[in-house]
Design a protein around this ligand. Sequence first.
Ligand code: FES
Length: 340
Amino acid sequence: MTYKVAFSFADGKTLFCAVQANEILLDGALRSGIKIPLDCREGVCATCQGRCESGQYTQDYVDDEALSASDLAERKVLTCQTRVQSDAAFYFDFDSSLCGASGPSNVQGVVSRVQLVSPSTAILHVAVGDAGKALDYLPGQYARLLVPGTEERRSYSFACAPGSSTLQFLIRLLPSGVMTDYVRDRCQVGDVIHMEAPLGAFYLRHVERPLVMVAGGTGLSAFLGMLDLIAEQGGCGHPVHLYYGVRDAADLCEIERIQAYALRIPEFRFTPVVSEPVTAWSGKTGFIAEHLEVASLMEVPFDLYLCGPPPMVESIKTWRQTQGLEHCRLYLEKFTESNS
Ligand code: FES
C-alpha cells in the first residue's frame, strides 16, 4: 500500500510524495528528491524533525533529548523514525529551498463553465481531466492563474476538494480588473488556463477538536474546498461551524451548497452575517466577531480558521485575544483583494 504525503514548509511551499506503508518517512522523501536535512538517522539529533498536521503515524525510537513529552503531544516527529499509516501532511519550520526540491507544478486546464453566483462573484470551472488526480494540493491552498491574453497572474483558493477533474475558483468581480474583465468580457468555454499550484500554508489540519471557520467575502473559497472534503468523508468526528461574512446580502453565494453540508456533515452549523445590508435581509448584521458564540467556545478547545480580507482577520484575532481564547489554535489566510 502507498500513502500520499504532503510536506509543507515555512516559505509556504508544499511538496508531495508517495510513501510505502511501513516505510521510513525520511526514506520516502529522499527517494522523491525531497532532501529533508538529516544527521544521525537514529532518532537522537532532531535535525530531521517536523510536525504532523494530519494523518496517522508511528515512531520507532525517539530519544527524549530530541523530542520531549510535550513535543510528542504536539505531534512533532523525527522523520528518520516515522512510519505513516495513512495519507498525511507534515510541516517543517524551514524553507523548502533547504530540501533542494522543485516547487509547485505548472498545470494546464480549459474553462468548462463560468457561473455567476452573485452580482459580485463568479465561479470559474477549469477542467483538468486526469491531471486533476495528479494535481496534489491540500484543501485551503491556492493556485496562481495566468489571466488569458495577459502576462498577469492572480491567486485563487481551490473551491473544491483535491482529486477533482474540474477545479473551481471563486472570483470576486470588481468594477474593473484584469481577471474581472477577462471573466466578464472575453472568457469562453475551451479557453486554456495556465496555473501554478499548489501554494500557501493555509490548509485543513488533522481535525482533533471542534472547528470554527470564519470566511470573509471570497475567503469562502478555501472553506468550500475543506468542507467538500469533510463532506466526502462523512464528517470529521467534531462539530464544524462556518461563519460567512459579506457586505450586502446580495453578495452571499453558494448558500444552497453550504446548507447541503448539514445533510452530509454531522453537527455542521452555518451563520451568515451581513455587515451593511442594502438588499432585504432578516439575518444577522454587523461584524462576524459580534456573533461568535463565546460561551460554547469557552467550554472546549477548538481550532479557529480565518480566511478573508485583513480587517476581518484582524478583528477576529483581536476578539480572540480579548475573550482570552489564545489557547485555541489559530490558522489564518489574509488576502489582499487585488484592485485591478
Ligand atoms: S536525523 Fe537525527 S533524529 Fe533524525
